[in-house]
Ligand binder design. Structure first.
Ligand SMILES: Cc1cc2nc3c(=O)[nH]c(=O)nc-3n(C[C@H](O)[C@H](O)[C@H](O)COP(=O)(O)O)c2cc1C
Length: 203
């Protein structure tokens, strides 16, 4: 990139999804895993928790990731279906924040995605009780072996405790690193009925 990158109001797409689409394409060109994102959820009392997950798709409905519905994040989302997502694309000096409401993906969509996963990943999803205490690693291997013996070479179906989540954005923020900490920041907020309000924020 020549000179200092900047993000100008005039260059922003009117739809945040379009802005994300173009930044994501640029991130894909320079990063191995641009889809890695931090996912923040909160317990009913308000205590936040965060972990990395992988963005598996995005469209006008929202952003999709997959996980265990019975995990800590799953339990927190059951009680409080709101989340924040965060991407940091260091080589581009960019950060994207997304805040939104969370719903489960339709079962058929989760089935379809599960069917595309490598068999090891499918077995892992079936064997793991994500976020529960695990006595030893061998316990996990035993669960995998038992499962494999149980199904033989047969195909595996998605366990009902594992599937997709859709984050439906209510706000997005696009942050571009600039010299001397004078970064560019633009926040999109969803306005009824359906448009977006865009404002520049102090960095
Ligand atoms: C780069 C990266 C990508 C990850 N992707 C996922 C993912 O897509 N889904 C998932 O359930 N866990 C993923 N994990 C593991 C989570 O960070 C986390 O350890 C796990 O989901 C349990 O979180 P919880 O106990 O808060 O529910 C990923 C970890 C890393 C470092």
């Amino acid at each position: 990139m020549e000179g200092e990158a900047e993000l100008r109001r005039a260059d922003l797409a009117s739809e945040p999804l379009e802005q994300f689409r173009s930044w994501f394409a640029e991130a894909r060109a320079v990063l191995e895993v641009p889809e890695a994102m931090a996912l923040a959820t909160a317990a009913p009392g308000g205590a936040p928790s965060a972990r990395m997950v992988l963005l598996k798709g995005f469209d006008e409905r929202g952003l999709v990731f997959f996980s265990h519905y019975t995990s800590r994040k799953g339990r927190e989302l059951d009680a409080n279906p709101q989340a924040a997502l965060l991407f940091h694309w260091s080589p581009l000096g960019r950060q994207v924040r997304v805040e939104g409401e969370v719903e489960r993906l339709a079962e058929e969509e989760s089935d379809t995605y599960f069917a595309t996963r490598p068999r090891d990943a499918q077995l892992g999803a079936l064997a793991s009780r994500q976020s529960d205490p695990l006595g030893s690693r061998s316990e996990l291997y035993e669960r995998m072996a038992e499962l494999e013996a149980g199904v033989g070479g047969g195909s595996l179906s998605r366990p009902p405790t594992w599937g997709g989540y859709l984050v439906v954005p209510v706000a997005w923020e696009f942050w571009q690193h600039r010299d001397a900490r004078l970064h560019d920041r633009f926040r999109y907020e969803r306005e009824r009925p359906g448009g977006w309000r865009i404002e520049r924020l102090f960095p």
